[in-house]
Write a protein that binds this ligand. Structure first.
Ligand SMILES: Cc1cc2nc3c(=O)[nH]c(=O)nc-3n(C[C@H](O)[C@H](O)[C@H](O)COP(=O)(O)OP(=O)(O)OC[C@H]3O[C@@H](n4cnc5c(N)ncnc54)[C@H](O)[C@@H]3O)c2cc1C
Length: 296
């Protein structure tokens, strides 16, 4: 860690604001530190000030308010993966959280840190796209709220210097009498537990309970280029269809084409063409075991 960085440890958002107002030099927020400490140790960054976010209860919560799930930015992946609201109403995010790094990493690493880091392979990112999440950001001009998809297109998470992510929220996608909601996450990496994904995906589907047809789909992939993205063409094509082995083959073909479009000529293209098919099948078997013929 840079010996020259000064350290502030606020215990409220108001105190963060005061600290930022007072400090004119470059600052870096540190939440779980799982990405930042590596950058500090390697000398990649040398901020004059570090502002610790880990002692601010206002940034650590998971709650449902008026039809939306709200998650404080300093909530850890362990908290997210073990939370029953997330398990019931945002399963893909819970699964993504459970597959981040190792137990030690998940105990420290936060959702806000994952978003701010904006790694193309960040595991929460496809899940947040599939859930149509929004992000609240506090800056010198006050609070702004931006869709997560928009933030990704603003590059490097679209965060300006000294901007603090405070909250991530998304609609509760809940099954109703006529519509069943299922969502999941799948990932493949170079190592099994402590690994950055080489490919990840999240899907959320609304299924017509009467006939089993797909009413709507939100399907996002990560680690295919600069930023994760939604497969909007595929999502549209899936509307009105029933999941079965034939559809799974069509989807696998579509996923391969998505790789070809995203990373043409890249050394990993051939590997990812194969891997994405496997991931697609993993997701479909997980979400639609009966329709996919599991146990027949
Ligand atoms: C061994 C290892 C394995 C890993 N495995 C995975 C994995 O499987 N999947 C995965 O996605 N990631 C993985 N990571 C990366 C890392 O754990 C995640 O990106 C994590 O979510 C970062 O969160 P953090 O709280 O530790 O962020 P920090 O390291 O504290 O910060 C990261 C960046 O975000 C900024 N920041 C943090 N919080 C905020 C905020 N609220 N507002 C604004 N900026 C903020 C910091 O200033 C910094 O630039 C791994 C890392 C390691 C070291």
């Amino acid at each position: 860690m840079s010996p020259k960085s000064k350290f502030a440890c606020p215990i409220s958002i108001a105190e963060v604001k005061e600290t930022l107002f007072r400090i004119q030099d470059e600052v870096a927020f540190i939440s779980g530190g799982t990405d930042l400490v590596i950058q500090l140790n390697s000398g990649q960054i040398k901020p004059a000030w570090l502002i610790d976010l880990s002692q601010i209860p206002e940034l650590n919560y998971i709650k449902e308010v008026e039809g939306r799930l709200r998650i404080g930015s300093a909530t850890t992946f362990t908290q997210i993966s073990e939370n029953s609201l997330i398990g019931e109403k945002a399963r893909c995010l819970g699964q993504a959280a459970a597959q981040v790094g190792s137990t030690q990493i998940r105990n420290r690493a936060t959702l806000g840190g994952n978003i701010a880091k904006a790694s193309p392979a960040g595991d929460s990112l496809p899940a947040l796209l599939a859930l149509e999440a929004w992000v609240s950001i506090l800056g010198s001009q006050g609070l702004r709220r931006v869709s997560f998809a928009q933030l990704l297109t603003e590059n490097a998470a679209g965060l300006q210097a000294k901007e603090l992510i405070t909250e991530i929220d998304f609609p509760v996608w809940e099954s109703q009498v006529e519509t069943q909601i299922v969502s999941g996450f799948a990932k493949v990496g170079s190592r099994t537990t402590v690994t950055i994904a080489r490919l990840n995906m999240a899907g959320s589907f609304e299924i017509d309970s009467r006939n089993g047809r797909i009413r709507g789909a939100r399907w996002a992939v990560g680690a295919l280029g600069q930023t994760p993205f939604r497969l909007e063409g595929l999502e549209l094509e899936l509307q009105g269809k029933t999941v079965n082995q034939d559809l799974a083959r069509e989807i696998a073909d579509r996923l391969t084409k998505a790789v070809d479009r995203a990373i043409p000529g890249r050394y990993s293209q051939e590997y990812k063409r194969q891997a994405i098919q496997g991931l697609g099948y993993d997701l479909l078997y997980d979400l639609f075991p009966e329709q996919m013929g599991v146990g027949r």
